[in-house]
Design a protein around this ligand. Structure first.
Ligand code: 6GU
Length: 281
């Protein structure tokens, strides 16, 4: 996969030289290039922003500079239609624009982006990038995704770009050594948070490892982990419990959820009505 990140702070992306992503680059699994937006400026002051039309605080990034940069990294002639091909997510090209007003980035988004051939990440600063940039590339057949990494405000798109590149890169074939570690983790196919994990020593500062994990009884261990995952998810992320599919919940799952105040109906889990389990007297 090729990834181009365009930013006014290329040094901000230096963590991508390290760890798993750095190794994926060195191994040729990921062709990641970081560019300085100012190299596409044409004026003496290398200006990338201007004041917002219509008034208001802050500065807006100029569409002309962004247009030159994105055309260049996409290999487009100015104004030419982009061959949209099969669409990103299945081998196409995708323009990713981190912004707090985007759709929320999730593991599903990462999975879709991991299917693209070429990602361009356009990091805005200030009050964001002139809205015509996204509009222009969409009209040229490029898939454009404006995305937020959560409900809080950062100073620019660079940290979000780090998040997106790491989440996507680890899904590329060969990047994570043991692909099994992608299966049971939080936000994977089970729809549950991951169960708690332990290692040696079995006693540490008076805290014990749950006995079942030392029993060697694989079926019991699996059931205990499932119970723990359900319990954690119910306590920490009730929004995820509501999205569990009833056909994927067995009797033991339903018993655990029941203890935690959830009924599983035909449409999936819902909070048990208060007092629904008593006689009303
Ligand atoms: Cl993608 N950008 C900025 N500036 N703030 C954010 C964000 C992105 N996601 C959450 N907050």
């Amino acid at each position: 996969m090729r990834v181009d990140v365009v930013t006014i702070f290329p040094e901000y992306l230096s963590p991508l030289d390290l760890s798993l992503v750095g190794k994926a680059r060195a191994a040729g699994l990921l062709d990641l290039r970081v560019h300085d937006l100012r190299s596409w400026t044409t004026d003496r002051h290398r200006t990338v922003d201007d004041s917002p039309l219509g008034g208001g605080a802050g500065m807006v990034m100029r569409p002309d500079v962004w247009g030159l940069a994105v055309d260049d990294v996409l290999g487009l002639d100015a104004g030419a239609d982009h061959a949209a091909g099969p669409g990103a997510g299945s081998g196409g090209v995708e323009l990713v624009v981190p912004t707090p007003s985007g759709e929320v980035f999730t593991q599903r988004t990462a999975e879709r982006l991991a299917g693209a051939n070429h990602l361009v990440v356009a990091c805005g600063r200030y009050e964001g990038i002139d809205a015509r940039v996204a509009e222009h590339y969409r009209s040229r057949g490029v898939r454009v995704t404006e995305l937020s990494i959560g409900d809080y405000v950062l100073n620019g798109g660079e940290v979000a770009a780090l998040v997106v590149v790491e989440a996507v890169a680890r899904l590329l074939p060969g990047v994570v050594g043991n692909p099994h570690s992608l299966v049971e983790e939080s936000h994977g196919a089970t729809g549950l948070l991951e169960y708690p994990v332990y290692t040696r020593p079995p006693q540490w500062r008076g805290h014990e490892v749950p006995e079942v994990l030392l029993s060697g009884h694989h079926a019991r261990i699996e059931r205990w982990r499932r119970d723990q995952a359900l319990e954690r998810t119910a306590r920490r992320r009730p929004d995820l419990v509501r999205r569990l599919r009833p056909e994927e919940l067995d009797r033991a799952d339903r018993a655990v959820l029941g203890r935690l105040g959830w009924d599983v109906g035909p449409d999936g889990p819902e909070p048990a009505a208060p007092g629904a389990d008593d006689t009303g007297s």
